[in-house]
Design a binder for this molecule. Structure first.
Ligand SMILES: Cc1cc2nc3c(=O)[nH]c(=O)nc-3n(C[C@H](O)[C@H](O)[C@H](O)COP(=O)(O)OP(=O)(O)OC[C@H]3O[C@@H](n4cnc5c(N)ncnc54)[C@H](O)[C@@H]3O)c2cc1C
Length: 495
């Protein structure tokens, strides 16, 4: 079968690679000059920076990601570098730093030493987190029995209430929310399963991609090419022609047409709506896609540091203004921003020093909406001034942990929600796609099949974002073509 995938992000590439392995001829169309979406890396002044994915999990022997990559024959094409610490978290107002170790028992023991009165609660909480993650069967390469997943009440409980159910100490409750920036959690709304899946990935075997996250993207593109397919860059899809609820062809901005038996969209569904012909979807379906809210965007400061000045940390270094703001990171607060930042480093060749630090802070689109009509390279002086001021705020926060950061800086630049919108093509620069809300979870989880017979969806908007979610959805999308369980069984049996 000939298959066209729109978007060479984590979802499009995993899906394309799985289908190429099944013998299908896959053509992936990517609007950017670089493939990868959130996995892409770019070079500036000789230094290579990651756009998104800084921390991952599941790449250890028997981990789900390792097993999928081994099945695809790419486990030796990139290098997941494990870290001993999940994260270091500093609370400025309290003057406290927690160096949280990886590994379930080490995690429990460390927190129990810090909060001795909570020892039993910490174990019960950690067991509950692992139990919840087990409900995502595909993450453990198990097929759903009977088709529809059945979930516990805790699975759909708001994450903050889930933590509070097990933990009494308010400080420990806040500390356990430190993975919040990895899902842009909102108190009372973000589901416990997101918190559990992400916590387990990073408690279990946290890692980063040595040499950059794009190496995973390139490995997946290699599988597609080995299967006789292609991953084409600078192919901005602008039009999808539909006849009688079937795609006839897709067209890019240069007027090139691409025809296939099946089409898969890895882009934000609202971007899809803008290019697909009006009658393809019912008004109700269009309305649904448009009204699902998005997760927030981000402001990211990239700091190239002078050689031998900042020691390399292989884990995220999080800095928050105070413990009570753990759930405020996603909130729009122009005065108090940023309540917290996460620093990710790249190592020098000898692994001792940082070559650069990427500093991520969550930011609302509302901060930049007044410049929505501008594009990268053509912004206004007012915007540049705003960006400079925001960059200074971020560096102020970083300097609490790295006091000499300004003197150590060789180059510094920033990406705003506008940049993320233009890089990823996501609505309002949303970094994790559609927001998952316990109050209306059905609304924010999309079926893979659409009202157009030969169009399927994949990527972070369909289900969970990130390395723990998008590859699993890619399997589900691919199995919509191959038959349910076909690929999972092959992954399970691969040696
Ligand atoms: C700043 C940031 C930090 C993150 N950190 C982590 C992390 O540490 N760990 C983790 O697990 N996850 C992290 N994530 C999330 C993770 O990167 C995403 O969930 C994942 O990459 C999404 O993959 P996707 O394929 O769904 O979408 P995307 O990666 O957004 O891919 C969509 C692709 O479609 C392309 N496209 C869009 N429109 C068109 C068009 N019209 N024609 C052709 N191509 C088009 C885009 O250019 C893009 O390449 C982070 C994300 C960001 C942005």
């Amino acid at each position: 079968m000939e298959i066209v995938v729109i978007g060479a992000g984590l979802g499009g590439l995993f899906c394309g690679a799985l289908l190429a392995k099944e013998g299908h001829k896959v053509t992936v169309l990517e609007k950017n000059a670089l493939i990868g979406g959130g996995l892409q890396t770019f070079v500036r002044k000789g230094e290579s920076y990651e756009t998104g994915m800084h921390v991952a999990g599941g790449f250890h022997e028997q981990g789900s990601l390792y097993r999928i990559c081994r099945y695809l024959g790419i486990s030796d094409r990139f290098e997941p570098a494990p870290s001993d610490l999940m994260s270091s978290v500093t609370y400025l107002a309290e003057g406290r730093t927690y160096d949280i170790p990886a590994g379930k028992e080490a995690f429990i023991e460390y927190l129990s030493c810090k909060f001795p009165d909570e020892r039993d609660n910490i174990r019960r909480y950690t067991d509950a987190v692992f139990r919840l993650s087990q409900e995502e069967k595909l993450f453990y390469m198990k097929s759903e029995q009977g088709g529809y997943p059945v979930h516990s009440d805790e699975f759909l409980m708001p994450a903050d209430q889930f933590i509070a159910k097990y933990i009494d100490n308010p400080e420990l409750r806040s500390l356990l929310a430190f993975v919040n920036p990895l899902y842009a959690g909102v108190a009372g709304h973000s589901p416990a399963y997101l918190h559990a899946m992400i916590s387990v990935m990073f408690i279990d075997h946290p890692c980063r991609f040595a040499g950059g996250s794009n190496r995973l993207a390139e490995a997946l593109a290699w599988v597609i090419e080995q299967g006789g397919g292609a991953v084409l860059t600078r192919r901005n899809v602008t039009r999808i022609q539909v006849e009688e609820r079937m795609i006839k062809c897709v067209t890019d901005s240069e007027g090139r047409e691409y025809r296939a038996d099946m089409y898969i969209s890895d882009i934000h569904p609202c971007a899809l709506l803008d290019m697909i012909e009006g009658k393809a979807f019912t008004p109700g379906y269009r309305e649904r896609l448009r009204t699902i809210p998005d997760t927030v965007s981000a402001f990211k400061v990239f700091i190239k540091v002078k050689p031998g000045t900042i020691p390399f940390s292989d884990h995220p270094v999080s800095i928050l203004d105070n413990m009570s703001n753990a759930w405020k990171l996603s909130a729009y607060d122009p005065q108090g921003w940023p309540h917290g930042v996460s620093c990710f480093m790249a190592p020098s060749e000898d692994g001792k020093w940082a070559t650069h630090i990427s500093v991520l802070s969550l930011m609302s689109w509302d901060e930049v909406s007044r410049w929505a009509d501008t594009r990268t390279g053509h912004r206004t002086p007012e915007y540049e001034e705003w960006k400079r001021a925001r960059t200074e705020k971020v560096i102020d926060m970083v300097s609490n942990v790295y006091p000499g950061i300004r003197e150590c800086t060789e180059d510094c630049f920033a990406a705003s929600p506008l940049t993320f919108r233009d890089w990823l093509g996501s609505r309002n620069g949303s970094i994790y796609g559609y927001f998952k809300d316990t109050e209306n979870l059905v609304m924010s989880q999309l079926p893979i099949r659409t009202k157009v017979g030969n169009l399927l969806l994949t990527g972070q908007n369909v289900n969970m974002h990130g390395i723990g979610g998008v590859p699993m959805t890619a399997i589900e999308t691919a199995e919509t073509i191959t038959g349910m369980g076909v690929i999972v069984n092959k992954i399970k049996n691969a040696r």
